[in-house]
Structures are given as structure tokens and as C-alpha cells.
Design a protein around this ligand. Structure first.
Ligand SMILES: Nc1ncnc2c1ncn2[C@@H]1O[C@H](COP(=O)(O)OP(=O)(O)OP(=O)(O)O)[C@@H](O)[C@H]1O
Ligand SMILES: [Mg+2]
Length: 222
């Protein structure tokens, strides 16, 4: 049988942040791991252990100090296509003065889709995310926390990612809403063949949702 290539391969990744008073912070130290297509990888660890740093490096939002990230077998430099992130506070991630529809279609419109075409694509994604279509014309403050997070997931999916990184994406929501978001993510994983990195400090949620997990301790993987 052919051996399968990992969709993400992280090799000896390190990140040191320059401190103001000349004291540097080694946030990540020689981290290596692999993720396979369709995996839901839980990334757990204490506050300040380096979880978000891993996420931001893979999403290309910050450059590594050393080491390599391969996505789909190719070394990733800068912002990789096919990787999207969802963050903790859904309401803050939307422009309060723009409708949800405006914000979630922005990526598609920037990619030269017309508003009409973008809306059609987004409506199908809304259905997949269990979001009522009429929320398209609402403003962020008119949505519940769970709806707002689904809208953030819909916005990420509009870019047709292969990899979705959720950085504490359910942490600001109450327990029952967390479960519904997990169910949506799991359905999307199955339907779209998504690979999910799920950063979360709630271990029982990670156990429920993820098929693999890594534990980050003081910038290293245990
Ligand atoms: N831009 C930055 N400049 C300086 N230090 C930083 C920067 N970003 C992160 N750090 C430091 O790097 C370490 C790891 O931070 P990171 O945000 O990755 O932790 P985390 O595991 O996501 O924590 P939390 O669970 O609280 O979100 C921390 O000590 C943090 O203070
Ligand atoms: Mg974090």
C-alpha cells in the first residue's frame, strides 16, 4: 500500500518573541508533529504554553524563528492558501457597522465574485452551518453568540479551506451552544473532508470531538 502524505507537517518549529526589555520569550521550542487529512487534532495545554503560537505560525500570520511547515507536501512560507482560522470572540471578529452578509461575502468578492454569486455560495454554506438564511441581512449584535460563531465559520468556509484552525472557537460560548458548534464542525469535516486543528482548554470537549491530540507544555509537545 502507498504511504499517505500528511496534510500538515511541522518540523523542528521554534518561535522566540523579542521582549521589550531585551528579554526574549521562547514561546515554541523545536516542535514537530504531523496531521493527516480528515483528522481532528486537539491541541491542549495551559495558558501561555504556546497553542495560539502554533496556530498563528501554521496560518502564516507570524514567521517562525526556525523550523519548517509543510502543507500538502510543499514548504509553506507566508499565508498559505487553504488554511482558515476561527477565533474565540465571534462578535468582535465582525465589523459592527456592516451586515453579516457583507462581512461573510467579503472574501469571495475580493476574489472577484459578484455579490449575487457570492450570496448564492454563502447561502449554501449557511445551510451547512445550520444558520437561518435571513441572518444575511442582520447586523452582528442582532445574532446570538452561537449564530455569530457559525457566521464566522461560514466566512472561513467561503474560502474553501482544506484546513480549519479553531483557536478556542467555542470557549466564549455556553456549554449547550459549544456542543452545537462541535456538531456543525464535525458535520463539515465529514461533508467537506476538512482537517481541523481544535485548540481548546476543555479536555472533555477535546476527547468528545477529536480523534488525536497533542499536549503543549511550556513550548514543547509532551
Ligand atoms: N506577540 C508576542 N510578543 C511577545 N510574547 C508573546 C507574543 N505572543 C505570544 N507571546 C508569549 O508566548 C507564550 C505563548 O503564547 P500563546 O498565545 O501561544 O499561548 P496559548 O497557549 O495560546 O495561551 P492561552 O491558552 O492563554 O491562549 C506566552 O508566554 C506569551 O506571553
Ligand atoms: Mg491562545
Amino acid at each position: 500500500m502507498e504511504s499517505i502524505e500528511p496534510i500538515i507537517k511541522v518540523e523542528n518549529l521554534s518561535k522566540t518573541f523579542a521582549g521589550r526589555s531585551g528579554v526574549n520569550k521562547e514561546a515554541l521550542k523545536n516542535v514537530s508533529f504531523e496531521v493527516y487529512e480528515g483528522d481532528t487534532l486537539g491541541i491542549v495545554g495551559e495558558s501561555g504554553s504556546g497553542k495560539s503560537t502554533i496556530a498563528r505560525l501554521i496560518a502564516g500570520l507570524i514567521p517562525p524563528t526556525s523550523g519548517h511547515i509543510y502543507i500538502d507536501g510543499k514548504e509553506s512560507k507566508g499565508i498559505p492558501e487553504g488554511v482558515q482560522m476561527v477565533f474565540q470572540n465571534p462578535l468582535e471578529s465582525f465589523n459592527p457597522r456592516k451586515t453579516i452578509g457583507y462581512s461573510v461575502t467579503e472574501g469571495l468578492r475580493n476574489k472577484s465574485a459578484s455579490l449575487e454569486d457570492a450570496k448564492e455560495i454563502i447561502m449554501m454554506i449557511f445551510d451547512q452551518c445550520g444558520l437561518p438564511r435571513e441572518l444575511f441581512d442582520k447586523y452582528p449584535h442582532q445574532l446570538s453568540g452561537g449564530q455569530c460563531q457559525r457566521a464566522a465559520i461560514a466566512r472561513a468556509l467561503s474560502m474553501d479551506p482544506k484546513i480549519l484552525i479553531c483557536d478556542e472557537a467555542t470557549s466564549a460560548l455556553d456549554v449547550t451552544v459549544q456542543k452545537t458548534i462541535i456538531e456543525v464542525l464535525d458535520k463539515l469535516r465529514a461533508e467537506r473532508g476538512l482537517t481541523i486543528l481544535f485548540i481548546c482548554h476543555n479536555l472533555s470537549l477535546v476527547k468528545l470531538f477529536c480523534n488525536k491530540q497533542i499536549v503543549v507544555v511550556d513550548g514543547k509537545i509532551e
